[in-house]
Structure formats: C-alpha cells, structure tokens
Design a binder for this molecule. Structure first.
Ligand code: GTP
Ligand code: MG
Length: 171
C-alpha cells in the first residue's frame, strides 16, 4: 500500500501524571501500579493498521522531572503529534500542562497536533481536582483534541492514539 506512513509522537507533562503508563497501556496493554520515574526519555513504537494503510508511531515518552525540561525540544521537534498529559486529581499538573501547550505553540509549527489528556480518570469520584469542563474548554479555545483517560483501566487510551492516527493519515 502507498499509505504506509510513519509519525513521531511525544508525550509531555508533569512528573507522575502517567505518561509512561499511557504509553505502556497503548503499546503492551499493561499497567503497573508502581511504575518507576522515567530517566531522560523512553522510546516505544507501535504500528497501527487503518483501512488499507498503516502508520508506525515512533513514541517518545519524556521524563517529567523539571531537571529534564531542557531535553524536551529534542523530542517535540519534528513531532507530528504531542500528547500533553495531566492528572485530573492534581491541579498543579493541569497548570503545568497549559505551560507545555504554550511552549509547543511557541516552539513548533501549527501542524503539530496537540492532544490534551487528563489521566487517572479512574480516581475522579473521590479525588478530582480539575473539572472536566475546564479541560474541555481550554482545549476548544486552543484547537486541541481533548480526552479524559485512565492508563489503569484503559479508558479512552486507544481512542486517543486512534484519533491521532486518523487525523495524521488524512493529512
Ligand atoms: P515521569 O516519568 O516521572 O515523568 O512520570 P510519568 O508521567 O511517566 O508517570 P508514570 O506512568 O510513571 O505513573 C506514575 C504513577 O501513577 C505510577 O505509580 C502509576 O502506576 C500511576 N498511574 C499512572 N496512570 C494511572 C491511572 O490512570 N490511574 C491510577 N490510579 N494510577 C495511575
Ligand atoms: Mg515516565
């Protein structure tokens, strides 16, 4: 098929929000209750078949700890899509996510597809700190794809990556 493509994708967001867990859920269908902090960045790939074509996603799972911030441009430069993750149970991580969106807008071209993903939705009933409307309206105002997800249960994780694949295959 002539529709076999490749796309670079980057996961950004504060430490502990679940970037690695989202990647692990998507690529391996696994979840680890005590996942260790990423050092620098981790690299994963996943090929997704869509219709008659396929797309190979080269996924850069960055480290959220502030001391790694200066490395981030290496991973988001040239990316087709960025998934900016926050923890819906921690308002500081939402503020941090908005700063990542701003940095991406300033440092990359408009063609980068940005997904704002509110993770740990499985804890919402007891611990929610960021209303779903807050995430959704920020995304709408800034032209982002928005989803609340759970790496733990798998809720909406597949859909986030499929949305990226479909939008990128058609562009
Ligand atoms: P850094 O690599 O330090 O930037 O962190 P990270 O964003 O990669 O977070 P990581 O995936 O390592 O997850 C941090 C902790 O949150 C781990 O103990 C995970 O098990 C937990 N976690 C991740 N996603 C979820 C989720 O959807 N629900 C719940 N309940 N816990 C989660
Ligand atoms: Mg990590």
């Amino acid at each position: 098929s002539s529709r076999n493509k490749q796309a670079k994708l980057v996961l950004l967001g504060d430490q502990g929000v679940g970037k690695s867990s989202i990647a692990l859920r998507f690529v391996r269908g696994e979840f680890h209750e005590n996942h260790e902090a990423t050092i620098g960045a981790a690299f994963l790939t996943q090929t997704v078949n869509v219709g008659q074509g396929s797309i190979k996603l080269d996924i850069w799972d960055t480290a959220g700890q502030e001391r790694y911030h200066s490395l981030a441009p290496m991973y988001y430069r040239g990316a087709a899509a960025a998934v900016v993750v926050y923890d819906i149970n921690n308002a500081n991580t939402f503020t941090r996510a908005l700063a990542w969106v701003k940095e991406l807008r300033q440092q990359t071209t408009n063609s980068v597809l940005i997904v704002l993903a509110g993770n740990k939705a499985d804890l919402a009933s007891e611990h929610r700190a960021v209303p779903v409307e807050e995430g959704r309206s920020f995304a709408e105002e800034n032209g982002l794809v928005f989803a609340e997800v759970s790496a733990k249960t798998g809720m909406a994780v597949q859909e986030v990556f499929m949305t990226i694949v479909i939008l990128k295959l058609s562009s």
